[in-house]
Ligand binder design. Sequence first.
Ligand SMILES: [Zn+2]
Length: 399
Amino acid sequence: MALFPAGFIDDLKSHADIVQVVQERGVQLRRSGTAWKGLCPFHGEKTPSFQVHGERGFFHCFGCGVGGDVIKFIELFDKVAFPEAVRQLAGRFGLTVPESADSSKNDDEEARRERESLLRAHEVAAAWFREQLTTPAGAAARRQLKDRGLTTETIEQIGAGFAPASREGLKTRLLKEGFPLGGLLRSGLLVQRDEGAPIDRFRNRLMIPIHRENGAIVAFGGRAMEDGQQPKYLNSPETPIYVKGRTLYGLHLSKTSISRVKHAVMVEGYFDFAQAWQAGITNAVASSGTALTPAQARLLKRFASKVVLSFDPDAAGQQPVGEALGADVLAAGGGEERGVGGVGLLPGVGDRADEEQQRHDGVRDRDAQPAPAPRLALGLRRRRGGVQRRGRAGQGRRR
Ligand SMILES: [Zn+2]
């Protein structure tokens, strides 16, 4: 019998940093390529054959053959059973363990099926939005994307689409695909007001799919098409598959690059991300205008040891993010230090001059190109279009 909902275990594993967990138990690790190496705590040895892979979340010893995920490590190291290891880990990383009283096997199975159904509904919706973007009704949305300087390739990479003004377009498609109405309401793709029939939540909006870092689409952001259309950005509500504070926009695309350079550039919105990506800044993530949460800091810390902010000083979204960069977030993210394994955030957030300097530093640091590179980030707001095509990103860092 499963004691915990499968989704919770997935969540827990994605938020727990296995390198940190191992190090906290006194195992000395040194970085070696993409892995961490040390003396195996499970058998006596003089040369390190114990490896921990932070990004992929597992450990393995080539000496004694022991290995597994972060929960397995705690089970073996602390000599506790699986449920206890899960509770310890959840406690360490600030996740609430779901009540086990009602997590009978049937409920687990049902919750798992519901999550799968929600994920599939989002896939279908994303495909439908992309389709609509190519229709005559999508012309204004295509123009909006072009006005932001995005190329067809970038538009495809971020999966942008269009939700037409109709009330039942997506609903009709999803019902035809066999999704139950109740599930669709829970997905947030449909809304029901008062006694009325459920209708599409997103109408007449430019649609941006929001992915989990593994690539699954879990939500949407919809930008208004008309002046005065409120709200300007309409997002999916939180659902069993989407917790806003645990998601960083763009990470599914940029995590490889971030892992390589150990350093992320944080921008504000979807389109800042898209413009950065197109300009060859492949290690960006977007906060989507909210405060950086401890869970987001932990998520980022799996890939980066340093975060550089690249915000428009005049932007409305700056303030909450600035507030979030306080001691709380850093402490919760385990990153008080700038060093290895911590999310280090540059000081002086909130000061315009400092921010200019940060953006300057951030990209220069990443690109190691003195002249044109800094302008990539500095000019994100001002310039239309790709300043540089990809390619620069492939060069990585000089050390
Ligand atoms: Zn071993």
